[in-house]
Ligand binder design. Structure first.
Ligand SMILES: NC(=O)c1ccc[n+]([C@@H]2O[C@H](COP(=O)([O-])OP(=O)(O)OC[C@H]3O[C@@H](n4cnc5c(N)ncnc54)[C@H](OP(=O)(O)O)[C@@H]3O)[C@@H](O)[C@H]2O)c1
Length: 180
């Protein structure tokens, strides 16, 4: 399961995981993103989680995912944790859906689920170098050019407005010295 699948974290996660042979289910709030995510390798594309936002969350729900890459947090992550299969894990990096995590200990103590925190700001440089090397080899995303956008820094306001309005997909690199 990859949540926030059209975002910067999500698109790269879908691309890498599909390239490694995983059956990726992509969760997105963008109704027109199905073809793009399928082209990156998503096996199926579903809406945001939980599917019924009004229904209460259960401590343990039907087990659906072997693992998850989550950049959304909040109620979405709480649902994902309750629906990870025995022994699975969720790698958690973000908070676009909120900072509160309304979960219980049940997924951890009854299914052995692991919650893996991700922080890229203070990650040790030697481990970064190892990962960067792997990102050029076995973890190399196959479709980067399909979702990597470039803009001059003078267009930052428009890019940020698109992100805030939920219209932005993939990543946009801002050039600060007249590159783009
Ligand atoms: N911990 C770290 O080291 C680290 C590193 C990078 C990023 N981050 C964090 O990770 C998160 C994602 O970063 P990003 O660069 O991928 O951001 P992004 O490009 O803005 O993508 C976030 C995605 O989340 C989904 N989303 C937006 N609002 C939502 C909402 N209210 N409820 C549920 N889903 C929502 C959208 O995807 P869909 O429309 O497809 O649903 C959106 O594209 C951010 O919170 C960022 O700060 C953390």
């Amino acid at each position: 399961m990859v949540t926030g699948a059209t975002g910067g974290v999500g698109t790269v996660a879908v691309d890498i995981l599909a390239g490694l042979g995983f059956e990726v289910v992509a969760s997105t709030g963008k109704t027109d993103a199905g073809d793009r995510l399928a082209a990156l390798g998503a096996k199926s594309v579903i809406g945001r989680l939980p599917e019924d936002p009004e229904a209460g969350l259960r401590p343990l729900d039907k087990a659906r995912w072997a693992g998850a890459v989550d950049s959304v947090g909040g109620k979405s992550l709480a649902y994902v944790l309750s629906s990870i299969r025995y022994g699975g894990a969720a790698a958690v990096s973000g908070l676009t859906g909120g900072t509160a995590l309304p979960t219980t200990v049940m997924p951890f103590i009854l299914r052995g689920v692991a919650l893996l925190g991700i922080d890229s700001a203070h990650f040790a440089i030697d481990k970064r170098r190892e990962l960067w090397a792997r990102l050029g080899k076995d973890l190399k995303p196959q479709h980067l050019s399909d979702y990597e956008n470039y803009a001059p820094v003078t267009e930052a306001e428009q890019v940020l407005s698109a992100i805030r309005a939920g219209h932005h997909s993939g990543r946009t690199v801002l050039g600060v010295a007249g590159e783009f």
